[in-house]
Design a protein around this ligand. Structure first.
Ligand SMILES: C[S@@+](CC[C@H](N)C(=O)[O-])C[C@H]1O[C@@H](n2cnc3c(N)ncnc32)[C@H](O)[C@@H]1O
Length: 323
């Protein structure tokens, strides 16, 4: 688990029927799992700081080709800094024949060489990029404290990345996306579940919301077919008949009848850079690129929207004819 966590969900997603799950024609077409409340531990979060939640101990221990930064990597980086500090102190000892040769300039150059060493290592990937003797001393202090079972000093590698991820309020004003123009509530459309409602007047042209997008497989089919084998798996409330059907996430995704691309919007509270140059790319680029972070939707008001009004968008003819 990554120890940068500064927010947590109080009780996660809650089952909230909204429509009758037996009689409503809308039952099963959208998720009843809503109403999650998230709290921020305000005492630890400063303006402009990045937010981190714990995904739990079991989260993705292994993904092919992807480096997942874990707590142990920060501990290893702290230890490496501690060893470096010990080595410096040995050379500062009056008995050391090379005493005086370790100039600040040389230490900086050694640090740069280590940080930029052309071999991938998770430990090196979280090591602070800039040289700081003070940080080395802190690493030594924390090693001593760990040895004594105390933990009063903040880990220098974690502290470095926490501060590195912090942006100024001016930066946020200029580059941030406002994500509280809408709030969820039960939709005014019968059987539609929950909808989005304007929290303030939104003049025509306002970017009402923003969703990063993930491309999921070929029309989502390879991943998102749910197969149920009919066994109760220890829960007698489970249905007894086997079935195979598309996952609900298809109802939250965007595609086109002539394309295999399926894009699933998510969260919206993450600050992911928008890349307008992607608009110039052909469809193969979107399908094949591994660097998908950056693809996103802006939802723009087509007319003036009044505070409290429900916000609607056109899902397109294909969705309507399938519904
Ligand atoms: C992207 S989700 C919208 C959020 C969803 N209503 C919820 O509660 O999670 C799309 C689903 O909402 C429901 N929906 C949206 N517009 C609807 C409408 N005009 N009539 C009925 N259901 C609708 C359908 O079940 C659709 O598959």
């Amino acid at each position: 688990m990554l120890d940068l966590t500064n927010i947590k969900s109080v009780h996660g997603s809650k089952f909230d029927e909204v429509v009758d799950r037996i009689d409503s024609p809308g039952a099963g077409a959208f998720t009843p799992y809503h109403s999650a409340r998230t709290i921020v531990r305000v005492d630890q979060v400063l303006p402009g700081q990045e937010l981190f939640a714990s995904y739990g101990e079991e989260w993705i221990p292994w993904i092919p080709g992807v480096a997942v930064t874990q707590e142990a990597n920060f501990d290893a980086a702290d230890e490496l800094m501690h060893e470096f500090e010990e080595w410096i102190e040995e050379h500062e000892n009056p008995d050391c024949p090379t005493r005086g040769e370790l100039t600040e300039e040389l230490l900086q150059a050694m640090w740069k060489f280590m940080v930029e060493f052309p071999q991938s290592s998770r430990k090196l990937s979280v090591i602070p990029k800039e040289w700081s003797r003070e940080r080395m001393k802190k690493a030594t202090l924390i090693e001593t404290q760990r040895y004594l079972g105390q933990s009063e000093v903040e880990s220098p590698s974690r502290e470095y990345w926490t501060n590195k991820g912090r942006v100024s309020l001016d930066f946020l004003r200029e580059n941030g996306k406002c994500q509280d123009h809408i709030r969820p509530n039960v939709s005014s459309v019968p059987h539609a579940g929950r909808g989005a409602f304007a929290t303030r007047d939104l003049p025509k042209g306002t970017v009402v919301g923003y969703s990063p997008l993930v491309h999921v497989a070929v029309r989502g089919e390879e991943i998102y077919t749910i197969n149920y084998d009919g066994r109760d798996h220890g829960n007698e409330n489970n249905a007894k008949k086997p079935f195979s059907r598309p996952d609900l996430i298809l109802n939250y995704s965007f595609g086109h009848r002539n394309s295999t691309i399926l894009l699933t919007p998510y969260g919206g509270y993450e600050l992911v850079a928008h890349k307008p140059e992607w608009l110039e790319q052909d469809i193969d680029f979107l399908r094949d690129t591994n660097n998908k972070i950056g693809l996103s939707f802006d939802y723009v008001a087509l007319r003036d929207i009044k505070q409290g009004e429900e916000v609607f968008m056109d899902y397109g003819d294909e969705w309507l004819s399938a519904a």
